[in-house]
Design a protein around this ligand. Structure first.
Ligand SMILES: [Zn+2]
Length: 215
């Protein structure tokens, strides 16, 4: 939710329009955001250096664009924000984006929002390096598809419950014309957990497709 607000100004105008739907005072906000957007463009392309120098004395922690961000459990909880558009987890290929309030948002590199930020505000993109130790849990979504058969659901839940470090949050299943489709919401520690679980799900006889999805 927070991230949604943070990235507002960096989104395209069409995306902004979608975002606006959630507010009640549509017109007021429209004006405000439009002017913020302009200001931000000027800031980014025009007086970038000057502004940064002005701001430096107030900054608690300087952000050096050449530094590689270390993504530790502590920094993920206190300093950085995981983008809600792409739900990155430890092990994903990610980047950091320094927003206009000097907060750092972590996106997957393949995220469309991140790609946009990268092309428009390359000077605000930071390289990252994971340094986590399976202490925090992150939510991922896994899509499965297969041929509906006796005991299939049971096998799926058994594969998941057998794996340590992984907890199921929600499982939704639909079957139609003999085809079984499901989405599993899981708490995992990192991409290794996801790979293991996907590989084990693929071993189930009637499961034909397993993939991690955004939501
Ligand atoms: Zn993203």
């Amino acid at each position: 939710m927070l991230c949604g607000n943070l990235i507002n100004m960096a989104l395209s105008k069409e995306q902004l329009q979608i975002k606006r739907k959630i507010t009640q005072k549509q017109n007021e906000l429209k004006e405000k955001q439009t002017s913020n957007w302009k200001k931000y463009l000027t800031f980014s392309f025009g007086n970038n250096k000057e502004k940064q120098e002005e701001k430096e004395p107030q900054e608690k922690e300087k952000i050096n664009p050449k530094q590689v961000l270390k993504l530790t459990e502590e920094s993920l909880q206190k300093k950085y924000i995981m983008a809600e558009c792409c739900h990155p987890i430890p092990g994903d290929d990610v980047l950091g984006y320094v927003d206009e309030n000097d907060r750092i948002i972590i996106h997957k590199r393949q995220c469309p929002v991140a790609a946009k930020l990268k092309s428009s505000y390359g000077n605000r993109i930071l390289a990252t390096e994971w340094d986590t130790h399976k202490e925090l849990s992150f939510l991922v979504y896994i899509y499965i598809k297969g041929i509906d058969s006796m005991g299939l659901l049971n096998e799926v839940t058994q594969v998941i419950s057998r794996q340590l470090n992984v907890n199921i949050r929600k499982l939704t299943i639909e079957t139609e014309d003999g085809i079984f489709e499901g989405k599993i919401q899981l708490w995992v520690h990192d991409v290794d957990d996801v790979k293991t679980i996907c590989n084990n799900l693929k071993k189930i006889q009637n499961i034909k497709q397993v993939s991690r999805v955004e939501e």
